[in-house]
Design a protein around this ligand. Structure first.
Ligand code: GDP
Ligand code: GDP
Length: 500
């Protein structure tokens, strides 16, 4: 089991996105009407589904893909209903067989479904043959569906169907009912060892692979696509003024998109030769204030701006903080935490510093400049070094400092360390670990480490045996990583895997 213990704890959404790329895949196969869709829907609880087209010649068929959950097991499930290889129509048969086989070969397990009520059908035999022929390396689990009530079935028909299914030569069939949910525990028992094996295999092989694939994507993206910057904050802190100041200084590539309200302004400009796109979060806080608290945060509208941003500039009102001796507002703290949780870069912009100018304000100004970084550190203890910039949007002072920090943050966020680099580092850092105080024997425990993803940097530590690193050990690794590779101020993720 992978455990994600490091703070900032990735939110469900984004940690899933990452982990989902490393989930084993199961494809449901079977002749039409055996209940493939029904099973897919049950396992995904209709939390499906990325529907993608598989074009082949002129035929376009859908393969439904979803994330399945079965008593704590998580895997990807593919449903090929409507894509059956074994239709009467010969012309469709040939083409779809090709498509399905290609997809099947990328899966780890085939879940071969037969119909317990209809009984044996010659097409079941064809499916079996096809499985053996097109993907001999894919493990097959055979299940007899529509078997609800099998244990009180006086007709004996369902038991007979089990016997027939057994004859297909894929081991003991599992009686299930996609409709009623019976037999899901048995299905779990049959799938679990295979899924665990597949997962192990994925983790053994994928790190390098993921690295390569992602690297290409990311590099391409980093060069051609603009940095997405969100300007967030409560009403009246000066977001619009700041946006205008930034846009006026720079070469504006595109203005506010026509037909959009002031709430959703998207502009692109060039800063020091690099494209920056401002993504919408204006009006964010207004919406949140309608219903304060975490529930409001999950509102789709509010999520969007942050989710689309690479870096979020959180604007706060320096004058207010100084003169009311208030701390940052609750909503601001919530937003800051959330940005980091979502794995975005964060730059805190303390605006309206012009109102704290002059000798007479020296004390207040000094307090604000000390208080805000301290407070950010309290709000986000796990991410030290979040940049804080003091500006005056009205006087157009500090724009360059904001942008410098935004780019720096972005660069760190895109950091990619090679496995060799990391493991050289790992050996050294182990000797620095306060073994005596924590009692952790690192030598035999941590085997190696690899970065599986950037944006934000995400690492997997492989731990030998059943040993699990504790929260404090992961923190130690994270803070050492930050220190040694200059990754301060950005979210980092460390997952651990046991290598058994
Ligand atoms: P597919 O063509 O393989 O995707 O099959 P469907 O999921 O569309 O199901 C075909 C038919 O079988 C539908 O009428 C379903 O309601 C029915 N069905 C599916 N699962 C079960 C089950 O577990 N028990 C019973 N009795 N009927 C089922
Ligand atoms: P928004 O609601 O966050 O977009 O805030 P606005 O940009 O509309 O600004 C709210 C008010 O604060 C306006 O009256 C601005 O003129 C004022 N304001 C914005 N930035 C500054 C600043 O740096 N200094 C001062 N003194 N006022 C500012």
């Amino acid at each position: 089991e992978s455990s994600e213990t490091l703070n900032p704890a990735p939110s469900k959404q984004s940690s899933r996105n990452f982990k989902d790329t490393l989930l084993p895949k199961i494809m449901i196969v079977g002749r039409p009407n055996v209940g493939k869709s029904a099973l897919f829907n049950r396992l995904t609880r209709r939390r499906e589904a990325l529907v993608y087209d598989t074009p082949a010649g002129h035929v376009t068929r859908d393969v439904r893909e979803g994330i399945a959950k079965l008593a704590g097991l998580r895997f990807k499930i593919l449903d090929t209903a409507g894509l059956e290889t074994f239709t009467e129509d010969e012309s469709i048969l040939a083409r779809t067989a090709g498509i399905t086989a290609t997809t099947l070969r990328k899966c780890h397990i085939a879940l071969f479904l037969v119909d317990g009520r209809a009984g044996f059908h010659p097409q079941d035999m064809d499916v079996g043959k096809w499985l053996r022929k097109s993907a001999p390396h894919v493990k097959v689990v055979i299940a007899v569906n529509k078997a609800e009530g099998i244990h009180n079935d006086s007709t004996g028909r369902l038991m007979a169907a089990l016997g027939e299914a057994h004859q297909l030569g894929f081991g003991d069939p599992v009686p299930i009912s996609a409709e009623s949910g019976e037999g899901m525990v048995d299905l779990f028992d049959s799938l679990r060892p295979l899924l665990e094996e597949a997962q192990e295999e994925i983790y053994k092989n994928v790190p390098e692979g993921v690295e390569e694939i992602k690297e290409e994507d990311e590099e391409a993206n980093a060069k051609t696509l603009p940095l997405q910057l969100a300007i967030a904050g409560r009403p009246n802190v000066g977001k619009s003024t700041l946006v205008n100041a930034l846009l006026r200084e720079e070469r504006v590539l595109t203005g506010p998109e026509p037909g959009l309200t002031r709430d959703s302004v998207t502009s692109e400009f060039e800063y020091s030769g690099r494209k920056v796109r401002l993504v919408d979060t204006a009006g964010w806080m207004q919406r949140v204030q309608v219903k304060e608290g975490p529930a409001a945060l999950s509102a789709m509208h509010a999520r969007k701006g942050v989710m689309m941003a690479h870096v979020v500039a959180l604007v706060v009102d320096g004058e207010e903080i100084g003169n009311t001796r208030s701390s940052m507002r609750h909503a601001e703290a919530v937003l800051a935490r959330w940005v980091v949780q979502e794995g975005r870069g964060l730059v805190v912009v303390v605006n309206k510093m012009d109102l704290l100018a002059g000798k007479e304000n020296a004390k207040i100004r000094g307090d604000v400049m000390k208080a805000v970084p301290t407070e950010i550190q309290t709000i986000l203890p796990q991410v030290s070094g979040v940049p804080v910039v003091f500006v005056s949007a009205l006087e157009k002072k500090g724009g360059a400092a904001i942008m410098r920090n935004v780019f720096e943050c972005y660069e760190k966020w895109c950091t990619r360390l090679t496995t060799a680099q990391l493991n050289r580092w790992l050996r050294k850092v182990m000797s620095r670990h306060p073994k005596n105080t924590s009692g952790v024997k690192y030598g035999p425990k941590v085997k190696f480490m690899t970065q599986v993803k950037a944006r934000p940097p995400t690492f997997v530590v492989f731990v030998s045996g059943s040993g699990e690193l504790e929260e404090t050990d992961l923190r130690f690794l994270a803070s050492a990583l930050r220190e040694d590779f200059g990754l301060d101020g950005i979210p980092l993720r460390i997952l651990q895997r046991s290598t058994k």
